[in-house]
Write a protein that binds this ligand. Structure first.
Ligand code: NAG
Ligand code: NAG
Ligand code: CA
Ligand code: CA
Ligand code: CA
Length: 314
């Protein structure tokens, strides 16, 4: 609670001084002209890029000396001696290094670590920054901590405690919801919601099922791009690998959560097995293939500001 208050206060001050805000879990660096967030848990480069993207930012690269200094100071404060991934990559064509923003390596001030770049085993398409600030090419499948960067923009926190204006507060349930039209697998959908400070929607009442049904109705099949089934959307329950019993992502049975209505004939565990939670347009549940991409619905507590976790950076 105190942390939330501190957070609100800091946000308020930042807002007054700069007229800008982004997310409470990001730290503002004036000289670097933006916000940085450290992801301490190592990930491979693809996961790191996606995580930053889903948070509304970009995998950080030392694009200029100020940003490089800010990145180094965060890494050093957190004793990340083994370095961090940068957004500099040659993911599409080995050797053609660019930042995520498309800035070529030749325009990014850099010094190489000793013996680098060496494109070891002809398998190094990603770039890391060492403790010293020097760069080295590495295998993108390595796992390293990383930073996400958001360049300064003028944004405002809405009713939902996020700058993401696609979250809409629903007075009947007190929650905010966002319908994602970019289809993802259930795990990726879970990740996308988490990155937004939300979670896959959990239906806790008939009223909330009605709300979800209305949200779904605002997104007819024709409004979604791509070849996927448009009459189902992932929500927050799963069989947790124990086929036959569904629990919410908060560990409750559907009955305990307050709503357990499956659509007629469901759950049917169709061909190859369906272990992930979804809803039909009628607001009733379906068991669905986890690994196929579908639309999904995130739910967010409007009071959660993304900064009430314990490893908040100072
Ligand atoms: C390096 O990359 C290759 C593919 O380019 C992959 O098969 C290999 O497992 C990677 N090695 C490590 C140590 O991550
Ligand atoms: C669901 O279907 C899969 C594959 O057909 C099967 O292996 C699994 O046991 C089924 N699960 C249940 C709970 O019936
Ligand atoms: Ca190397
Ligand atoms: Ca809910
Ligand atoms: Ca089904």
């Amino acid at each position: 609670m105190r942390r939330t208050l501190t957070c609100l206060l800091v946000l308020a001050i930042v807002t007054i001084l700069n007229g800008r805000q982004f997310r409470c879990d990001y730290k503002y660096f004036n000289k670097a002209d933006g916000w940085l967030k450290l992801h301490r848990i190592p990930a491979n480069w693809r996961e790191a890029r996606l995580r930053c993207h889903l948070e509304g930012s970009k995998l950080a690269s030392p694009l200029n000396t100020e940003l490089a200094a800010a990145m180094r100071s965060v890494a050093q404060q957190n004793s990340l001696k083994c370095g961090v991934f940068t957004g500099i990559h040659s993911f599409f064509s080995r050797g053609d290094f660019h930042s995520i923003e498309g800035i070529p390596l030749s325009k990014i001030p850099h010094t190489w670590a000793e013996g680098e770049p060496d494109n070891l085993d002809n398998a190094e398409s990603c770039m890391m920054m060492l403790d010293s600030g020097e760069l080295a090419d590495v295998n993108c499948s390595e796992t390293l901590p990383y930073l996400c960067y958001k360049k300064t923009t003028r944004t405002a926190l809405g009713d939902c405690g996020t700058v993401d204006s696609e979250y809409k507060l629903e007075s009947r349930t007190g929650s905010c919801y966002k319908f994602h039209k970019t289809p993802r697998t259930w795990s990726r959908a879970y990740m996308a919601c988490a990155a937004e400070g939300a979670h896959l929607a959990i239906i806790n009442s008939d009223t909330e099922a009605q709300v979800i049904k209305e949200i779904f109705a605002k997104h007819p099949g024709g409004s979604m791009r791509g070849f996927f089934w448009k009459d189902v959307a992932f929500v927050g329950f799963h069989d947790w690998g124990e086929h036959g019993e569904f629990l919410t992502i908060e560990g409750q049975t559907l009955e305990e959560a307050g709503y357990a209505q499956f659509s007629g004939g469901e759950p049917n565990n169709a061909t190859t097995g369906e272990y992930c939670g979804a809803v039909y347009r009628n607001g009733k549940f379906d068991d669905l293939w986890c690994e196929n991409p579908y639309a999904f619905i995130c739910e967010k507590n409007p009071d959660s500001l993304l900064c009430d976790d314990n490893d908040q950076q100072q």
